[in-house]
Design a protein around this ligand. Structure first.
Ligand code: HEM
Length: 503
């Protein structure tokens, strides 16, 4: 009799027997918080399924997610394939993933994000958001940030990917663009995510029925049509093919200030690599659609939590210090429209600490990033057989009390200075993941966030309305709602904040 090496790993017995025990936590929307509790109880290595292990240590982070690590993404990521095509996010093999990533690395480099034309685009969007604040708060009322910040991130990412011609104009009020976020609001989206994760092929089958069969199955759909991302999927498809139709003149054209979209860059490859070895239209459309999805909720949810956290009475002191940093450091680094220059906003240490603390407590992707082991391997002293699912999550890493004292407390100042404790904390910061599969959009997201936060706190003081001081906003990630669990009440997809002009 061969003993499964996973049986040496601590963890609750029932989880080791059946994968449906963890799937039940997924269904309840408690997976990530539950795994964190298991780490508190059992330590940094916990068996969470017959074939699944969760880690919570720097050594495991380096092994599984370090540069050159061989561990590919699992089938869980299949639901991020579009138009029947896998993309960088959903490839299972590390080799395929790496080859695709090479095509984009230059387009997302920090040096590209922090100079024109990308900075011009971001500053123009920040100006529009500032206009939106003045309109929405004219009568002294609070502004709803969940939706308006989605408009901001949507307008940015669509212009970045597809260019001005195909960009959304949600901040300007174009309704068809605003409604694109409607399908992320339906709570049934979490049920659909659960079905896709646990019954992928059945879910595809369910949603591709037509005629009488479609009508018969309608009551059983986890989420009624149009289901999550239907609108965004269609938008991305139309934008790509619209771009392609008008692209003849652009082929092999040198990139200029007017042509900076990701598609402009890809287009060069698309032409060069046409033929058997090349990317087909649907490969490109799928790839860019995934970047579109990845660039909406992540940035807007983080900005929402950042502003909300700074607007709580107990955190106004941090807001004051940020305003002081902006006053003393920005000097005349504003563009002609009065927006802080993106490349300067990027270099403000206090603002950076606030963003890190927001991403620590309210990481927009807090759950496990599952990988699979292609061969038998040893991690943190345990033998992991080939094809075991191994993973880590920012939620647990960011709440280790040995690294982050009083982990549930919002305290940006834990990131300031250069002593050993701060250096150690930075190693545990994992909101953007790490290694070859880490977030490619990080520098774009940072530029969008720093420029907008700098503009807002150069002009306004913000406060949560008195009657909402006990309410925390909530957001959806996969099958879970995340909020601030230290608050007695959570309200999903809604965040009201008051803006007071202090000039
Ligand atoms: C605060 C903002 C953001 C955060 C915290 C964030 C976080 C992450 C994380 C944790 C991953 C790895 C997920 C996994 O492997 O399961 C990831 C991957 C990715 N992100 Fe982001 N993201 C952000 C913004 C963006 C933006 C604006 C884009 C725009 C293009 C983007 C595009 C991507 C892509 C394409 C991947 C896949 C990378 C790869 O497979 O190598 N992200 N992101």
């Amino acid at each position: 009799l061969v003993v499964n090496p996973l049986s040496r790993i601590p963890g609750p017995k029932f989880f080791a027997w059946t994968k449906w025990r963890l799937a039940y936590e997924d269904w309840k929307g408690t997976r990530t918080r539950f795994i964190q509790k298991l780490h508190v109880k059992y330590g940094p290595v916990v068996r969470i399924g017959p074939n699944e292990v969760s880690f919570n240590s720097l050594s495991a982070m380096r092994t599984i997610y370090g540069p050159g690590a061989p561990y590919g993404r699992t089938d869980f990521y299949q639901s991020f394939s579009f138009y029947g095509k896998r993309n960088m996010f959903s490839f299972k093999a590390t080799k395929e993933h790496g080859e695709r990533k090479k095509l984009f690395a230059a387009g997302y480099a920090k040096s590209v994000m922090l100079k024109a034309p990308v900075t011009n685009m971001i500053e123009a969007k920040v100006e529009q958001f500032m206009d939106l604040i003045s309109q929405e708060t004219k009568s002294g009322s609070a502004m709803e940030l969940f939706s308006t910040l989605h408009y901001y991130s949507l307008d940015n990412i669509t212009e970045f990917l597809y260019g001005e011609e195909y960009a959304t104009k949600a901040m300007e009020g174009r309704m068809e663009d605003r409604t694109l976020i409607a399908d992320v609001l339906d709570p049934a989206r979490r049920r659909l995510a659960w079905f896709s994760a646990h019954f992928y092929h059945f879910t595809i089958w369910l949603y591709s029925r037509a005629g009488a069969m479609e009508r018969a199955l309608k009551p059983f759909l986890p989420m009624q049509k149009p289901s999550t991302y239907t609108g965004i999927r269609k938008f991305a498809y139309d934008a790509y093919f619209g771009y392609k139709k008008n692209s003849d003149g652009r082929v092999k054209q040198k990139l200029s200030d007017d042509h900076f979209s990701l598609l402009d860059r890809l287009w060069e490859h698309h032409e060069d690599f046409k033929g058997d070895r090349g990317l087909g239209d649907l490969d490109v459309a799928s790839e860019v659609a995934d970047h579109l999805l990845a660039g909406i909720d992540t940035t807007s949810d983080t900005l929402m939590f950042l502003i909300w956290a700074l607007s709580l009475p107990q955190n106004l002191k941090f807001q004051g210090k940020l305003a002081e940093e902006l006053r003393s450091q920005l000097g005349d680094s504003f563009n002609e429209q009065g927006v802080p220059r993106a490349e300067v906003a990027d270099k403000l240490p206090y603002l950076d600490a606030i963003i890190k603390e927001t991403l620590r407590l309210y990481a927009p992707l807090p759950a496990t990033e599952p990988r699979w082991a292609p061969t038998d391997t040893t991690i943190d002293g345990f033998t992991i057989p080939a094809h075991t699912v191994i993973g880590m999550d920012p939620y647990s890493l960011h709440r280790n009390p040995d690294v982050f004292p009083e982990p549930t407390k919002f305290d940006p100042e834990r990131w300031l200075g250069s002593d050993e404790e701060v250096k150690e904390r930075k190693k545990w910061f994992w909101a953007f993941s790490s290694g070859g599969k880490m977030c490619i959009g990080m520098h774009l997201a940072m530029a969008e966030m720093t420029c907008l936060a700098a503009a807002i706190y150069s002009k306004y003081r913000t406060r949560v309305p008195d009657e909402l001081e006990h309410v925390a906003p909530g957001v959806t990630s996969r099958f879970e709602v995340f909020s601030d669990d230290t608050f007695p009440v959570m309200e999903e997809h809604k965040c009201l904040v008051k803006f007071k002009d202090f000039e």
